[in-house]
Design a protein around this ligand. Structure first.
Ligand code: ADP
Ligand code: MG
Length: 253
C-alpha cells in the first residue's frame, strides 16, 4: 500500500498576463520524498514552489493536500476551499533565497512570530520551541541578535528555524544558498542534510548539483514551465536523455 501523497497537482498552469509560466505540471509528492528541482533561470521553478503553498494562485489545474482538494482552477478563475487553503499554507514551510527575516526582530523573535500569531501558542511555548529550533540549526547563542548582525549563512539558518517552528509537513527551499558567499554554503547545506536524515518531505530548488545528487530521492528538470525529465538522481544527473537537460548540465562542469 502506498501512503497518501502529501501534495498532488494535476494540470497546474500559471499565467502572468499572456505569459505561460507553468504549463501543465502533474506532480505527486509522497511522504518522506526529497525532490530536487533543476532548471534554467525563468523556467518556472520559483513559481512552482509558490503555487504549491498558494503564495501564487494557479490559473488552472488542481492541487490536493493530503488527498483533499485545495483549489480547482479553471479558465474562468480559481475556486478555493478556505479551510484547506489555510491548512496548506500553514503546513507547507518555505525558505527563500533572500532569507526574508524581519529586520526589526531578533533571531528568536523571528522564529517565534509564526507560532504566536498563526499557531496561537503562548509566549512561553513559542519561546521554548523557538530556542529549540535555533539550537537545532546551531544558533542557540544567537537568539538575541538582530539579522543585520548575522552572516548570510546564519540568517538563512534562522530562516530555516523559523520555517521549522511552524511544524510544517513539507518544506520548500527556493535556492537557499544562491545568495551566500561560497564559504557559507556548506553550513546551510549541512542543516538541510540533517533535515533529510530526519525523513522530512522537502522540495529544493538548487544549482548545487553535487548536493542534489546525494540529497534527492528524485530530481525534476523544469523547462519552459514543464517537467521535461524526472527520475532518480543517478539517472537525471549522470544519464540524462533529453538534449536540453544535457546542455543544462554541461554548464556546470
Ligand atoms: P525561475 O525561478 O525558474 O527562475 P520564475 O518562476 O521566477 O523562474 O519565473 C518564471 C517566469 O515567470 C519568468 O519569465 C518571470 O519573469 C515570470 N514571472 C515570475 N513572477 C512573475 C510575476 N509576478 N509577474 C509577471 N511575471 C512573472
Ligand atoms: Mg527562482
Amino acid at each position: 500500500m502506498t501512503a497518501q501523497p502529501v501534495i498532488r497537482t494535476e494540470g497546474l498552469r500559471k499565467r502572468f498576463g499572456d505569459l505561460v509560466v507553468l504549463d501543465g505540471i502533474d506532480l505527486t509528492v509522497a511522504p518522506g520524498e526529497r525532490i530536487a528541482i533543476l532548471g534554467s533561470s525563468g523556467s518556472g521553478k520559483s513559481t512552482l514552489l509558490r503555487c504549491l503553498n498558494f503564495m501564487e494562485l494557479p490559473s488552472e489545474g488542481r492541487v490536493h493536500f493530503r488527498g483533499e482538494p485545495v483549489g480547482t482552477a479553471t479558465g474562468a478563475g480559481v475556486r478555493y476551499r478556505e479551510r484547506e487553503l489555510a491548512a496548506l499554507r500553514r503546513r507547507v514551510g518555505m525558505v527563500f533565497q533572500q532569507f526574508n527575516l524581519f529586520p526589526h526582530m531578533t533571531a528568536l523573535e523571528n522564529v517565534m512570530e509564526g507560532p504566536l500569531t498563526v499557531l496561537g501558542q503562548n509566549r512561553r511555548e513559542a519561546e521554548a520551541a523557538g530556542r529549540a529550533q535555533l539550537a537545532k540549526v546551531g544558533l542557540a547563542d544567537k537568539a538575541g541578535e538582530y539579522p543585520a548582525r548575522l552572516s548570510g549563512g546564519q540568517q538563512q539558518r534562522v530562516a530555516i528555524a523559523r520555517a521549522l517552528a511552524m511544524e510544517p509537513e513539507v518544506l520548500l527551499f527556493d535556492e537557499p544558498t544562491s545568495s551566500l558567499d561560497p564559504e557559507l554554503v556548506g553550513e546551510v547545506l549541512r542543516v538541510i542534510k540533517g533535515l533529510a536524515e530526519e525523513g522530512r518531505t522537502m522540495l529544493l530548488v538548487t544549482h548545487e548539483l553535487g548536493f542534489a545528487y546525494h540529497f534527492a530521492t528524485r530530481v525534476l528538470f523544469l523547462h519552459d514551465g514543464r517537467i521535461l525529465e524526472e527520475g532518480p538522481p543517478a539517472e537525471i544527473l549522470k544519464a540524462p536523455r533529453q538534449e536540453r537537460l544535457r546542455t543544462f548540465l554541461s554548464r556546470f562542469t
